[in-house]
Design a protein around this ligand. Sequence first.
Ligand SMILES: Nc1ncnc2c1ncn2[C@@H]1O[C@H](COP(=O)(O)OP(=O)(O)OP(=O)(O)O)[C@@H](O)[C@H]1O
Ligand SMILES: [Mg+2]
Length: 223
Amino acid sequence: MAFIDIHGLCKSYPVGKGRFSALKNVDLTVERGEMLAITGRSGSGKTTLLNVIGTLDTFDAGTYFYDGRDVGKMSDGEKAALRASEIGFVHQDFLLMNHRTAAQNVAMPLYFGKTPYAKFGARVEEALTAAGVPEQAKKRISDMSGGQKQRVAIARALAISPSLIIADEPTGALDRTTSDEIMDLLVELNEKDGITVIIVTHDPEVAARCRRAVKISDGEIEV
Ligand SMILES: Nc1ncnc2c1ncn2[C@@H]1O[C@H](COP(=O)(O)OP(=O)(O)OP(=O)(O)O)[C@@H](O)[C@H]1O
Ligand SMILES: [Mg+2]
């Protein structure tokens, strides 16, 4: 069984009195250490699929095994524990606390995991260093550039030493050069540290930097 092992997955949303099928019979396997791009038009179901993979959202039918564990049978608490120990999330709009420092943001996921409080400082420093912004620790997010913010967001994802990084349009708010630099960082984390990376992107140049790309249209994976 693959690290991420999804078969026949369906997901619908309630719309009015009916339901809208956002994911239709999706099969997707991702091996540990892979770097995968998910592409497709707006509204095709990319974020929905990423949220299911990240266990943030439920599904209606099919199976999803994460590292051999049956996600469909997990309680909300078990899924929260899985996310807290395994999965780092990166978002187009960074989703950082603007009035807090980089270090405070990066420490945030540690409060939900099992890291002893005494180790928070070292973990935060390591993560900021790995993301290339160690000197920004005490700076407030509101005083940073977009590229610096995304590095801090990646550091926050790294704080828990994740097996998987999930990124929804991580370069969507950045210019070309900064986007390339953020991709350099994600590729390095994948190649050097063996972190599995799944990126949703509209940008063909970003998709081309991933080892594999799958396209989704109208909720179906194109083959
Ligand atoms: N909470 C929701 N309730 C109802 N419909 C939803 C909900 N979330 C998403 N959808 C619908 O599901 C479909 C897929 O949405 P999704 O956000 O996954 O698309 P996407 O591929 O990420 O698009 P984009 O590139 O614009 O971010 C869309 O038609 C959207 O309108
Ligand atoms: Mg989306």
